[in-house]
Design a protein. Sequence first.
Length: 287
Amino acid sequence: MPDKIRDSKTIPTYYKSNAPFLYEVLHDTNFKVGVHRLEYYAICFLNAGELNVETNIFYHHVKAPAMFVIAPDVIRDFDHSNKDLNMQVLMFRKEYFLKGQIDINLLDKYEFLEQKDKHIIPLTKPEATKFARYFQFVESKIKELTINTPEIIRSFIYILLNEMDEILQFKKINRDHVLSRNEQMLLDFKILASKHFIEQRKLAFYADKLNVTSKYLSTVIKQTSGKTASEWIKELLLLESKVLLKDNKLSISEIASLLQFTDLSHFGKFFKTHTNLSPLEFRKNKV
């Protein structure tokens, strides 16, 4: 049966639940949960307010009405910019959704689940009204908690995914903005960096993967984003550090080793330079 995310004072960094799906309505009064990682796909319906969404090193300002999705294990952080925020969130485990499916790669058809430039979908008023009805029905079925609730919610996840895919396919046909070559290269670099930043911190690795020279890639990244490749990689390391420090399963020394710092002192210096806190101070304060 479903479970609920707890508030910012009690939510653990790696939220563990045996529930196949989670559901929550978030308002400005209970919204801030900090940097965290979950094992669920998250389908979010922002029906009021505005929101800053950070997933790894991808940043978006989202205005209602909008849908957006976040894949499992992505480091995420939200910050709402006004007091009118209202967002409904339906999370689900991959194995729950695929139960009974013949096609085990079904989720792969929805490119917006993984592609960072397609996971936020602005809605028209009619589209928002339709999704509001869907989520109203989902909430009512979850409150009923009947024996068939898991099957019904699974069906509605399928409906939500297909409705979002249909909107995106239409927008693709009518899209005005096409990424420039430099914008696409920056996107490709950030996607690669999100996967390899722990073991690969040299620009040459990413330039080789993207079939360009290191000098060219360095220039494109700096000109397009205002940050160097090294700064983006350090930002990923800092995010990962914060998530690991909030989880007490690993010692600070083990975290330093996991992130492939040469020693604990090097990790401590890196972390304090970027946060003004030592790793231990951050862990105690759960910033």
